[in-house]
Write a protein that binds this ligand. Structure first.
Ligand code: ZN
Length: 291
């Protein structure tokens, strides 16, 4: 009896090891080659998202804060990235632009988009200097922009839509990726005013996205019931720092997601998160956050 128990234990261990080896082999970057991969890099209470198209073209949305710039570079190296084809800085707050210098020091950035709004901070002045030093050609992101990234894979820039005066979060460049049948929405720090602008301008069928990067680190100023009901995501991504002073993600937002059975991935609980798609299915080797 004890032998068969032992045998069962050994068999179980063997199964677990095989399964782990299988997962490890699946998560080698070479296995991402024919897929779209979305990487939410764990940059604490800031944000940086790497997107790699099946043809290897790369998009980097934000670069984290100054402290985490090096972390972003390390991640890009780990993924064997050669250059950044499109970089989007969603808006001029330091938790989104602070790491641009570290990235620009190591990588050629082909196209650089930022909203046409300035900010009176040292970090923003520093960004302008870095762009000049590296001769990076800056374009202002705006509504109704579309770029082809790969076969059947398009990047849309949906905003800024209108003047939001000194609310920089609502100047965020919201970006959408459409790959065959699947779509992915990246909202920067958009708050409910911009969410309403998006609904009014683009409507439900265009905004519907399978994966939604939750706006403003899960703040209750974003991710309204109305926006969720329009976008109808299956998966939510939240970039947020452990025990951050703002109490992000706010409980109301988490409750809105849970009540709609949306799978939640968050960097404070799970560190780096990778989502994969072949344009018809979406999956991850990381389990969603267990709440
Ligand atoms: Zn932010």
């Amino acid at each position: 009896m004890s032998i068969s128990n032992n045998q069962r234990k050994i068999a179980t261990m063997f199964f677990i090891i095989c399964f782990m080896l299988f997962l490890t082999s699946c998560t080698n970057s070479s296995d991402f080659d024919s897929l779209l991969s979305i990487h939410m890099i764990d940059v604490g209470q800031s944000e940086s998202i790497l997107i790699i198209a099946p043809n290897g073209n790369t998009i980097l949305i934000d670069a984290g804060d100054e402290v985490s710039g090096r972390k972003v570079v390390r991640y890009l190296k780990k993924r064997k990235i050669d250059d950044i084809d499109v970089m989007i800085v969603t808006h001029p707050h330091s938790d989104h632009i602070g790491g641009v210098e570290a990235v620009a020091n190591k990588y050629v950035i082909d196209k650089f988009f930022m909203p046409d709004i300035t900010h009176n901070t040292e970090t923003f002045e520093g960004l302008l200097q870095v762009l000049e030093e590296h001769n990076i050609d800056v374009s202002f992101g705006k509504k109704n922009m579309r770029m082809r990234i790969d076969d059947n894979l398009y990047l849309f820039l949906l905003s800024p839509i209108k003047n939001h005066s000194d609310n920089l979060n609502n100047w965020s460049i919201v970006a959408k990726i459409q790959y065959n049948e699947k779509s992915f929405l990246f909202t920067g720090d958009a708050e409910h005013e911009l969410e309403m602008d998006l609904i009014e301008k683009y409507g439900a069928s265009f905004l519907r996205s399978h994966v939604l990067k939750i706006g403003h680190h899960g703040s209750n100023t974003s991710t309204t019931e109305q926006f969720l009901d329009i976008v109808q995501p299956n998966v939510a991504l939240i970039s947020v720092g452990k025990e951050n002073p703002y109490g992000f993600p706010h409980r109301e937002v988490i409750n809105r997601l849970i009540s709609r059975n949306i799978l939640i991935y968050r960097t404070d609980e799970q560190s780096n998160i990778v989502i994969l798609s072949d344009g018809f299915e979406i999956w991850s080797y990381d389990a969603p956050w267990f709440h």
